[in-house]
Design a protein around this ligand. Structure first.
Ligand SMILES: Cc1cc2nc3c(=O)[nH]c(=O)nc-3n(C[C@H](O)[C@H](O)[C@H](O)COP(=O)(O)O)c2cc1C
Length: 333
């Protein structure tokens, strides 16, 4: 069975990719993921906040030394040993490329234009096969309208695209009013792939301390439905590659997302909860399903149940809503 898939200009052995998470942040676990059979890895993100913080800290250190004392250089930080987050990140990219045969996709996470964007070029130099840009943003300021926010994100994608040669994927949240239109603009701005969707971790309140605290709940397969819908809708409307992230836990999730039109299916929660050893079983079950239905390859079945390929395209839109509500009310008659 030919499980290979084209994603982001890369040929992957299978569609199963390890999404950005702590599991892709060390060489040991990266090797375990490769041995288990994942076809590519996305490294944890380098965050805009890390970069702006570090460059400000560096700037402050340089400024506070220079001009205060005659022998200012004595007070400068030892730049050779200045262990900024970015340096450690570039080292991880470099080491991962040395250690692995599968493609290594680095990840940059931020939303505003700024000097930190330069790091895309450094990541490319460190050897990454591709870059995923994560536009995680909560649009909380009532003074900022959707058009301005989207225009800024488009500009950011264009700027990163212009700075690098390697393929660029953009990871998005679903919270845009006209998602299909925005997805098309992101692709036109130079993204060769869209990664759908970012999971938003909602804050919680601690009733003892009255603090607002982060609250991370791992996904389950139900969370894949939003990606399933949008990948199904976008498949034939966009030429960009599409990757599914959120809720990929087993072979049935992988198969459904491929049928809807995904080129790659990414896993984080499932790997964190159950470890890389689940990958061979998922791959075997995918092969079994394909063989039982006389498919010869993943490429052959990809997108065969996308919105454009099915008899009732409305099933991906309002009809789905009406049918779902009716199916529930009929139980009470
Ligand atoms: C602990 C943890 C850390 C994560 N770190 C990142 C990150 O650094 N960058 C990123 O783009 N996504 C990050 N993610 C999001 C995952 O890559 C993935 O998109 C999300 O968890 C949904 O997929 P899942 O349902 O397979 O978990 C993280 C997820 C988890 C659970």
């Amino acid at each position: 069975m030919d499980l290979s898939t084209r994603y982001l200009g890369l040929t992957l052995r299978t569609p199963i990719v390890a999404s950005s998470s702590p599991l892709t942040g060390s060489l040991d676990s990266l090797r375990r993921l490769e041995d288990a059979g994942v076809a590519a890895v996305v490294l944890p993100s380098l965050f805009e906040e890390q970069l702006t913080h570090d460059s400000l800290a560096l700037h402050d250190a340089l400024e506070s030394g220079a001009g205060t004392f005659a022998e200012a250089t004595e007070y400068l930080p030892d730049l050779e040993r200045y262990d900024t987050g970015p340096d450690a990140y570039l080292e991880l990219v470099y080491q991962a490329k040395q250690a692995l045969r599968i493609p290594v996709i680095a990840s940059l996470n931020g939303t505003t234009l700024g000097g930190w964007v330069e790091h895309a070029r450094l990541i490319e130099k460190a050897g990454a096969d591709a870059l995923e840009l994560n536009l995680y943003q909560v649009a909380a300021d009532p003074a900022h309208d959707a058009a301005a926010l989207e225009a800024r994100e488009i500009e950011l994608v264009e700027t990163v695209r212009a700075g690098i040669e390697i393929p660029l994927a953009v990871k998005l949240s679903p919270f845009y009013t006209a998602f299909a239109h925005f997805a098309r603009r992101i692709a036109a701005a130079g993204a060769q792939a869209l990664v759908l969707f970012n999971r938003f971790y909602q804050p919680d309140l601690d009733l003892e301390t009255l603090d607002v605290v982060p609250h991370l709940v791992l996904s389950d397969s139900e969370d894949a439905r939003l990606s399933l819908r949008w990948i199904g809708i976008l498949r034939r409307r966009l030429s960009a590659s599409l990757a599914a992230t959120s809720g990929v836990h087993g072979a049935s999730d992988v198969l459904k997302l491929l049928l809807a039109g995904a080129d790659a299916t990414m896993m984080a929660s499932a790997l964190l909860a159950r470890g890389p050893d689940i990958v061979p079983g998922i791959e075997e079950a995918v092969v079994r399903w394909l063989l039982e239905r006389d498919y010869e390859s993943v490429e052959q079945m990809k997108g065969s149940v996308s919105q454009a390929a099915i008899a009732d395209p409305d099933a991906f839109e309002r009809a789905n809503y009406r049918k779902t509500l009716r199916s529930w009310s009929s139980r009470w008659r």
